[in-house]
Design a protein. Sequence first.
Length: 251
Amino acid sequence: MPDSIFSTPTRLQRLATNSLGSRLDAIFELVEAAQKNPLQRCDNVWDCCCDHGYLGVKLLATKFCPMVYFVDQKPHIIDELQGKLNQLHEDDIAGRYQTLAADAGALQFSVGQRHLVILAGVGGEHLIDILSAIHQQPACGEIDYILCPTTAQFDLREYLVAENFELLHEQLVSEKGRDYEVIFTSRMIQSGQGLSLTGNMWDLQNPNHQRYHHKLVQHYERQALGRDEVSSSKAKDILGHYRDSFSSIDR
């Protein structure tokens, strides 16, 4: 990833072609495909936990999205990002974005519009808290989600299954030796396809998939040996799901 994608004032066309790394590029491509699909196109894209804003800026540069919101709960991050956006001096982006220092779970989503909320770079348990808070609102508009948890992937999937989220797309992305699940999902009736507790994106021939699956199995094997009976029992149950997820592909 470049030291700063904001460093050259000529900029917007160049930003549109920048590679953001495998993880953010995969998310960007999902947004691009959704915005080109009349059945999935959204009015507003929310880049939550946006950090440096690389993804949201590329979305602005490519003009796929009528409105992009940059959201982070840390005010100093938003202040720095706003300063960098100001440096672009592009009339093109005026009125097409907003920066917000806010908790993603407290966001208000206008009814009558469709929203795409991107939540990446945080753990699955935190994502569950955010999703629960959003859907406790009496009216929250139509919302699709792209989720990319850093930890607790099974817990997040378990929540999504229990809450009847639908699967629009899922994939495993590897970057710098780390592996990320990218889940495109919605609570609206669209595909009719439910989510799997462990994912259906596995490729037995892919060494990155093999490595990631082995890491998950090892993690829950250790958890299963713990002294806490409840935690150990849950870990054994999850371990069984992950072992079955690979063996079922081979049948």
